[in-house]
Design a protein around this ligand. Sequence first.
Ligand code: SAM
Length: 248
Amino acid sequence: PGTLHVVATPIGNLGDLSPRALDTLRAVAAICAEDTRHTRQLLAHYGVERPLVALHEHNEEQLAERLVARLLGGESLALVSDAGTPLVSDPGFRLVRAARAAGVAVSPVPGACAFVAALSVAGLPSDRLAFEGFLPAKAGARRERLAPLASETRTLAFYESAHRIEETLSDMGTVFGGDRRVVVARELTKLFETVLDGALDDVRARIAADPNQRKGEFVVLVQGAADDADARIAEGKRLYAKLGEHLP
Ligand code: SAM
């Protein structure tokens, strides 16, 4: 059988497409793309001409079977999304699952991913992370999603679009407290790349005051809730000492 290559594409700067990604895209029988017009532009930039197959949320389930049949028949395929790494808040999960279930090799060509890029420059604890993707669009559902995260001690990562960034930061202030540290990474790798950091209230005010800061694409990283690890360790020591009193 062929191989399904899952290929990351740039999140802005076209220079971030790796040489191996290009070689792979040139070599496959067809490229499955979220938006074929968008991908055609990327390929045209590099002079790559391969057949494209539109694969999106609405047709992925049905298409997966046909694509797996092609893979089993010996063709290799590539999967890309509009930006960054496929399956990360993007289509591809059903196809990858179906390919793996059929015993087809699925191989990554890694590259850009917006939340990883943001994390790498945020200066927030990066040893443990909870990626939450997009929050619900409706205010009620959004706050419901945020509420249980208030006590999460891992750094939190969210994706957000320009038209909801203010509302989202405002809800986060309400749920997490206005002094929680946040990093808002906008337009990474692009001309107007900006990384704002500070207390939630403060960053929200800076974005509210400047319409330019509300344009583009955003990653929002929120520092986790203060860890009470010290308190837990102290309690553990106390119990251990107490236990010791009862041992021979
Ligand atoms: N698959 C992509 C990845 O690997 O990051 C994510 C796709 S998701 C549909 C698009 C969201 O990713 C945007 O709404 C934004 O939150 C984030 N994003 C993508 N490119 C970005 C960039 N250059 N700067 C900041 N955030 C970006």
